[in-house]
Each structure stands twice: as C-alpha cells, then as structure tokens.
Design a protein around this ligand. Structure first.
Ligand code: PGA
Length: 241
C-alpha cells in the first residue's frame, strides 16, 4: 500500500481528485468504481473543476458505485444515486446511462445483486476503485463480521454505522437499517484501489487497515492483499500510524 500524506481535507481532496483525473486522462473510456459519504465530496469538486476547465472529458467513462440504502428510491435526497447526481454526474459530461448505482428498491434483490456483479465484470472491472473507510473499518457497506463476502449483497447496517450516518438524516429513526453493497471480491477485482480518509475519527480504522491482522472484523484489512492500493489520508487519520 502506498501512503500519500495530506495536510488536511482540502489537500487530500486535491491529491485524490488528481489521481482520479489522471485515470480519466490516460484512459478516457475507463471504468471507475465510485464512493459516497463526506470523504470524497471535495475530490468530486476537483473533478468538476477539471471538467469546467476543459481538462477532463467523461463522455466515455463508465461508473459503478459501491452501495445504496435498501428502500430508498434514487430521487430520495439521502439516496446514494441522488448524492452522485448532485455531487458529480449533473456537473460533468458523463452519460447517465453509463452510471450505475445498486437499485435500492430491487424486489428480487439477489438477482439484482448478481446482475450488478455481472455488469461490473462485463465492463472489464474497475480500472480505479475509490473507497472511503468507516469508523469501524467498513469498505462499501461491508460491515465488521465473521467473513468476507465475495459478491454484491444485502447487509444489515451496524449500530455504529447507523449512528455515524444519522448526522445526514433528520432523525436516527430515518436511517435505513439495510443496504446493498459491492462485496469484497467485487472491490478487490479493481486494478487500482484509491482509499481516502480524513479526521481523527478514522485513525484507528486506518491503522488497523494497514498494520492490523487481515480479518473480517476490519474489512478494510483485506486491502493488504491487493497489489495496487493508494491511500490518501490527512495527518489526523494517520495519527496512529
Ligand atoms: P464518510 O463515510 O466518508 O461519510 O466518513 C465513509 C464510509 O463510511 O465508508
């Protein structure tokens, strides 16, 4: 794992945004695995600026997002589809038909999850997979547990994740209790993985990801087995490393 030290959130966002931009420039028809949450918002702004400056062309880019809350339609303002539209897709020249987020309303969700994995594979897998990391070490919504799950699947969110994400909802009761997430196998199929982390609240998870045992109790620890991971993190997130 290569560690890129950033001073603060802004610095992390510029550096990570520029790594994604380099991917789009070097392979205009690349497949990006994308993430939601507070962490990547600044990197997405950087990409929008790159597009507005005429440096980036998303017309051939395909994207697959990590996860979506179960039960939220794409036009719900807390859905991850809505997040992606408002933070990135609406502001660049990407073809929305080339953007994919798991369907939070899928009824036959096992079939929908299998189809999602097949679509990622059929696209040639992710050239670059962007990841945030949860306070509890989750990647996507792969929560701490007894196993690493290979494919896209439905998860029960842990109390710590519900608590952490409640800041974005009117009340904690509004936070969905389940989500669909790419599995660890789907994530690990990416040729390059770019992890972003900022803030002291992530310091333990970042430490365990890099130096801890490889264990499903810290799902991010599996990244030690991937040959091409770049971590861009600020000083606070690296404070235990
Ligand atoms: P955050 O979430 O970017 O909102 O901190 C990261 C994650 O839970 O993966």
């Amino acid at each position: 794992m290569r560690i890129v030290r950033a001073k603060d959130y802004e610095d992390m966002s510029r550096k990570a945004g520029d790594i994604i931009a380099a991917q789009v420039i070097t392979k205009p028809d690349c497949v990006l695995g994308l993430a939601t949450g507070s962490t990547p918002i600044g990197a997405y702004k950087r990409l929008v600026e790159g597009y507005e400056a005429g440096d980036l062309d998303f017309s051939q880019v395909k994207t697959y997002n990590l996860d979506e809350y179960r039960g939220l339609p794409g036009d719900h303002d807390q859905s991850y589809r809505y997040f992606m539209n408002t933070n990135l897709f609406d502001h660049v020249n990407i073809d929305k038909a080339n953007t994919h987020v798991p369907d939070g309303l899928a009824e036959d969700y096992e079939a929908a999850c299998a189809a999602y994995d097949e679509a990622v594979a059929a696209a040639g897998n992710q050239d670059l997979q962007l990841l945030g990391i949860g306070n509890n070490g989750h990647i996507g919504f792969n929560e701490p547990g007894d196993a690493f799950v290979r494919g896209t699947h439905c998860v029960d969110l842990t109390e710590s994740t519900i608590q952490a994400n409640s800041r974005l909802f009117d009340s904690i009761d509004d936070v969905p209790r389940q989500a669909f997430t790419m599995g660890i196998g789907t994530i690990m199929a990416a040729r390059t993985i770019l992890v972003m982390a900022n803030g002291e609240v992530k310091a333990q998870a970042v430490h365990d990801m890099i130096y801890g045992p490889i264990t499903p109790a810290c799902q991010a620890s599996i990244l030690q087995l991937h040959p091409n991971v770049v971590l861009v993190a600020d000083e606070a997130a690296l404070s235990l490393c």
